[in-house]
Design a protein around this ligand. Sequence first.
Ligand code: NAP
Length: 247
Amino acid sequence: MNRLDNQVAIVTGGSRGIGRVIALELASLGAKVAINYRGGQKEAEQVAEEIKQKGGEALVLQADVSKKDEARGIVTKTIDHWGRLDILVNNAGITKDKTLKKLTDDDWEDVINTNLNSVYYTVSAALPTMQEQKYGRIINISSFVGQAGNFGQTNYSASKGGIIAFTKSAAQEVAKNNITVNAIAPGFTMTEMLQQVPENVQEKILAKIPMGRFGQPEEIAEAVVFLAAHGSYVTGQQINVNGGVYM
Ligand code: NAP
């Protein structure tokens, strides 16, 4: 028996980067995984194919999580397909970095809708089933920037700080149903999101990381696996996986 056999998981933004590795790791422990993507159909299908080749089960679901009906649709389609939902990983996220002076309303709303409002949409859709099952593991991917703030990221840091506050409040409400709600706050992690940052800025960032290197998606996925497979008495927490960049 694998640790997550017969469990059903959703990973939003599971087509690339951190979400891709989370989906693969959960599947390697036996979970059936719904992989959500917005535009990267080919990448999402490759993740599903990799899971299936190893004998697992996967479902690919296109949806823009910033839109409430589409985000909630990920949850209902997964439950319709597999009849339950055990693990919800809210991972989809974007950046639109600008100083406040240059930030537009669209930059603000896109980031808040994608990173924060999506968490409310999927969690509210998942709770009735998790409450009925008396089991659920909700894992929200925040960022150390939601704790520390960052120049040029008012929209992003507000969304990620909001995730931490949402997590603590939701955890209090649903603990009695054996549903845990936790956040993971990664530091700078080597994905396309970080690769967008100019190289000279990346060098300046590296100088501020006590461990002297960027994180790998696998190191974030390990924290997700811990919460999903071993964290039965852990709720309302923020787990920092950040190489010491924020202590
Ligand atoms: P990434 O490589 O840019 O991947 C983002 C993922 O989110 C993709 O699968 C993308 O799907 C999906 N996505 C974006 N907007 C979406 C939407 N509206 N609806 C559905 N899916 C959407 O990012 P990452 O670095 O892996 O980041 C994953 C999470 O970790 C994010 O929440 C991010 O804020 C957080 N994080 C990252 C870092 C870092 O340094 N990388 C640090 C701290 C926190 P498509 O390709 O299909 O659009």
